[in-house]
Design a protein around this ligand. Structure first.
Ligand SMILES: CSC[C@@H](O)[C@@H](O)C(=O)COP(=O)(O)O
Length: 327
């Protein structure tokens, strides 16, 4: 099943169809988004999330604006709303810009670009899985114990995945001992989504609190850390879900390889370093509450950066769909 797709039902007209990631793992809910405000809302509340999936959502958002109105003019506000829905993953703005560049060529041309972005991400996932699995076997042996953070599977792409695509490929090859999925506070993409995907794949896994990762590495229980990225800067700095930096520090201290897997659509040569990347600050309530239940005192404030920057010198290798980079 695809995380995000374009549908043009004869009865309902054009729509972007997504798996609602806020409902998992309890329920698998498909949402048909028929307007740009509906799509923007889905992006903001992480019903669709993960850098490659956001790139597809960006391109399909422009296609939806054009196809739902039957015109390619006067769409500036809707295009900007999709582009600005989240700031950190470069894929979103890129997907929007690619589709918007086709607006002069008509509605069908914009839809074709959106479908091409989707198909490229599917192909990228397959390429990264193969070369990433080869690299991990070289770095960490024939049956590694892997730690991963956030969710980087089919849910974060279209199908397949980035870091989790490598995990799935290692499992298919019989070359994986097991996975520790870091829970990924505050929205629990690891505990909810990665755990669900690993279960579907039949991969043996355990969930750990985020702060356990560096200690598990120090205790010799992890052979390699594999994560995705929301943006890879010109100098190799990696911007990814908050908590990634702590895992990279722990890996460096313990001598554990730290591998980043991301498509070329996440590589941003225009941004020099991680310090230049806009980091999304999300609502404090996500930190102060768990599953809708307030846990902090009423007067508590919160700081909630959704991403952090892992300096390039902590990264062992970056695997894209076209190359393996060693910063
Ligand atoms: C292939 S996904 C890579 C990243 O997008 C992923 O690790 C991540 O940080 C996602 O953050 P999210 O806030 O859930 O969109």
């Amino acid at each position: 099943m695809r995380t995000i797709d374009w549908v043009d039902a004869p009865d309902g007209g054009p729509a972007v169809e997504i798996i609602d990631q806020t409902a998992l793992p309890a329920r698998t809910v498909l949402l048909r988004l028929r307007t740009v405000p509906e799509l923007v809302d889905a992006i903001v509340r992480l019903a669709v999330r993960g850098a490659p999936a956001l790139g597809v959502a960006g391109a399909m958002g422009v296609a939806l604006a054009a196809a739902s109105r039957g015109t390619t003019s006067g769409l500036d506000a809707e295009v900007a709303a999709v582009r600005d829905a989240r700031p950190t993953a470069v894929n979103l703005a890129r997907g929007v810009d690619r589709a918007a560049a086709a607006l002069d060529d008509g509605v069908d041309a914009v839809v074709a670009v959106a479908l091409a972005v989707r198909d490229e991400e599917i192909a990228s996932s397959a390429a990264m899985a193969a070369s990433g699995a080869d690299l991990v076997t070289t770095l960490a042996g024939p049956a590694p114990r892997i730690l991963t953070h956030c969710n980087t599977g089919g849910l974060a792409t279209v199908t397949g995945g980035t870091a989790l695509g490598v995990v799935a490929e290692l499992h298919r090859r019989g070359a994986l001992a097991g996975v520790v999925a870091s829970e990924t506070r505050p929205l629990l993409q690891g505990a909810r989504l990665t755990a669900w995907e690993l279960g579907e794949l039949g991969v043996p896994y355990r969930v750990a609190v985020d702060s356990a990762g560096p200690f598990l590495m120090a205790r010799g229980e992890i052979d390699v850390v594999i994560v995705g990225a929301d943006r890879i800067c010109a100098n190799g700095d990696v911007v990814n879900k908050v908590g990634t930096y702590a895992h990279a520090l722990g890996a460096a201290r313990a001598g554990v390889p730290f591998v980043v897997v991301a498509p070329e659509s996440t590589v941003d040569p225009e941004t020099a370093t991680g310090a230049d990347v806009p980091i999304e600050d999300r609502a404090g309530d996500e930190v102060l509450s768990v599953a809708g239940q307030r846990i902090a005192p009423g007067a508590a404030g919160a700081v909630n950066p959704a991403f952090d920057v892992t300096p390039h010198d902590l990264v062992t290798a970056i695997v894209t769909d076209r190359r393996v980079l060693r910063p």
